[in-house]
Each structure stands twice: as structure tokens, then as C-alpha cells.
Design a protein around this ligand. Structure first.
Ligand SMILES: C[S@@+](CC[C@H](N)C(=O)[O-])C[C@H]1O[C@@H](n2cnc3c(N)ncnc32)[C@H](O)[C@@H]1O
Length: 311
């Protein structure tokens, strides 16, 4: 078996997970003013916002994430000449892919509330020869300063799981999409993170407990179809990808290490139990018995030509 490869699923398959539970400033306390300690709610207030730039770029570069993005953009109907909005662009990983597809006849507007991320996104686009091809803006997904009906496609990828009112962002995506255009959203679902480990109760405590404390909605992936339907979109479709790792790739290893660290910080496990848990994972990998999978969900819907019209 090989790790980090496509697994079987309905529709399509396989991708590196979007590790939402990024380590908080190398162990420093999370800094968010809101009630939930999800660092992505307020990147610029984290002790070391630059680490998120590095993380998002590292994640975006992995082959399986690149494949995942390509499949999702095809699923959403992004094509040469499309006029596309991306909300929660981060460092612009997806926006750069979109710019390459839509070409000079198309248009890409990419929005994020973090000044640090938007500034990095501008620099990275410039460095990759996409200067002037993507319009990056600092802004909130639920309050876009864009007239209604402007875009052929409006997207948000691994954003909704980090926001307290995902519905408001989806409604805003729908507002700025032209009638007949597409709203596409994608999230992993951390409730579907499966790891074979003999200490099952401890595993659930670490995986679910840390996700619940560091991600606003760890189960966001499974809600996406409902989110689009609630925003009035029609012909809503779902595509499911499964990330699978059977070799404990460096990406997976660092994610599980962060989980274990955070489990200790949140008093979900003792330091000794967390260390033992990680040792077992290393042993399973050495014995070629490591198995971890995670579902990614992508949903797309059409903005009705007549509001409230037939579905
Ligand atoms: C996990 S990152 C994903 C970034 C990018 N979409 C990607 O896949 O690389 C989540 C992003 O959502 C952004 N975000 C958080 N709250 C937001 C909001 N209210 N509106 C729009 N974006 C938001 C964060 O600043 C961050 O860039």
C-alpha cells in the first residue's frame, strides 16, 4: 500500500487533509477575542501569523491537495473566461489555480479578513508570474463590498468550518453570484477522521476533543449540501473525496503530534498517555499497519434565475 493517495469514495476520491487544527503559535496560547479558540477566526491576532502562511502553502503544494483542488474546480464548472470570486483565500492557493484556468479573459477576486494572509497572497501571486491576474482584497466573507450578481462562480474552501455563522457567508456568496451561476463550497469533516489505534477511547478523546476545541465546526463537511439548499441554491450536488494515509506521511505525523500536544494542553490526556499514543502510532507505521482516513466534501449549487424558482 502507498500513503497519501486516492481512496475509494462516492463520486471522486482522495486528497491530503486540510489540517484545520494548526498548531497555535508553537505552543503559545491561542489569541482570539471570540468565544471559540479557532485561530483561523483571527489569524492576525495570533502570536505568529507567519506560521499560517507557511502552513497553508505547504499544504497547498502537496500533490494530493493539488489534485483535490483541480477536481473541485472542475466540479464547480470553472473554465477559461470565468469570472470567479473566492472567499477566505488565505495565501491564495486556490485563487492561483483559478487564475491559471480562467486565463486573461477571465477574472479572479480573492477576499480574506487577514491582512497578513492577503499581503502574502499578493506576494506569492507576483512571484508565480500572476501579477495583476488576481485582485486580492481584505474583507469579511459575510459582508462583501461587491454588487449583487457579479460572478459566474463563487467559492469558499476550508473556510466554513472556521466561522461561527457559515450560513451568512453562503448567503453572501449566493448574493454576488449571477443568476445561473455556481456557488461551490468545500470542507473536510473532522468527525470522519478515522485512525486505527488500539487505545480507542483515548484516540476518540484526542481526535474529537481537540477538534472540538480548535475548530468552530469540525463536522462542517457534512453540512454543506444543507447550507447551499438553505441559501436558496438549486440542483445542489455533492462530491466526496477520501484522504487515506497508510504510511504516516510527514504531514500526517505533524498533525497527529499537534493533536497530542493540544490534548495535553486541553487536559484531554496526560503527557504520558499522549506520548504513549504517539509511540504506538510510530510502531504501527513501522509495522506497516498504519491507517488513517478523512473525508472531504465539496458541494455546488446553481443560483436560480428566478429567486425561489423551481429546483
Ligand atoms: C484554513 S484557511 C483556508 C485558506 C484557503 N482557502 C486554503 O484552502 O488554503 C481558512 C481561511 O478562512 C479565513 N476566514 C476566517 N474567517 C473568515 C470570514 N469571516 N470571512 C472570510 N474568510 C474568513 C481565514 O483568514 C483563513 O484564510
Amino acid at each position: 500500500m502507498r500513503g497519501d493517495r486516492r481512496g475509494s469514495s462516492a463520486g471522486s476520491a482522495g486528497a491530503t487533509p486540510s489540517w484545520g487544527e494548526v498548531r497555535e503559535g508553537g505552543g503559545a496560547p491561542l489569541r482570539v477575542s471570540a468565544a471559540h479558540a479557532d485561530p483561523y477566526r483571527a489569524i492576525d491576532r495570533q502570536p505568529d501569523p507567519a506560521q499560517y502562511v507557511a502552513f497553508l502553502e505547504a499544504r497547498g503544494r502537496t500533490a494530493s491537495q493539488t489534485r483535490l483542488r483541480g477536481r473541485f474546480l472542475r466540479f464547480c464548472g470553472v473554465r477559461p473566461g470565468s469570472n470567479v470570486l473566492e472567499v477566505g483565500t488565505g495565501t491564495g492557493v486556490l485563487a492561483r489555480d483559478v487564475a491559471a484556468i480562467v486565463g486573461r479573459r477571465g477574472r479572479v477576486v480573492a477576499v480574506d479578513p487577514s491582512r497578513v494572509l492577503v499581503s502574502a497572497a499578493r506576494r506569492l501571486a507576483r512571484e508565480q508570474g500572476l501579477d495583476g491576474r488576481i485582485e486580492f482584497r481584505v474583507g469579511e466573507g459575510a459582508r462583501l463590498r461587491v454588487p449583487a450578481g457579479r460572478f459566474d462562480v463563487a467559492l469558499a474552501v476550508t473556510v466554513l468550518l472556521h466561522v461561527p455563522d457559515a450560513g451568512a457567508i453562503v448567503r453572501e456568496l449566493a448574493r454576488v453570484t449571477r443568476p445561473g451561476g455556481v456557488v461551490g463550497i468545500q470542507d473536510q469533516d473532522l468527525g470522519s477522521l478515522v485512525l486505527d489505534h488500539p487505545e480507542r477511547a483515548l484516540t476518540r478523546r484526542i481526535l474529537d476533543g481537540v477538534a472540538a476545541r480548535t475548530i468552530v465546526d469540525p463536522w462542517s463537511g457534512r453540512t454543506l449540501v444543507g447550507q447551499l439548499a438553505a441559501a436558496g441554491l438549486t440542483r445542489v450536488r455533492l462530491t466526496t473525496d477520501v484522504f487515506q494515509d497508510t504510511t504516516l506521511t510527514p504531514f500526517t505525523r505533524s498533525m497527529l503530534e499537534r493533536r497530542a500536544e493540544n490534548a495535553v494542553r486541553f487536559r484531554l490526556a496526560s503527557a504520558r498517555a499522549a506520548a504513549r499514543w504517539l509511540e504506538t502510532i510510530e510502531r504501527l507505521a513501522a509495522e506497516r499497519r498504519f491507517v488513517m482516513t478523512l473525508n472531504f466534501y465539496g458541494a455546488a449549487g446553481i443560483k436560480p434565475v428566478t429567486p425561489g424558482g423551481p429546483r
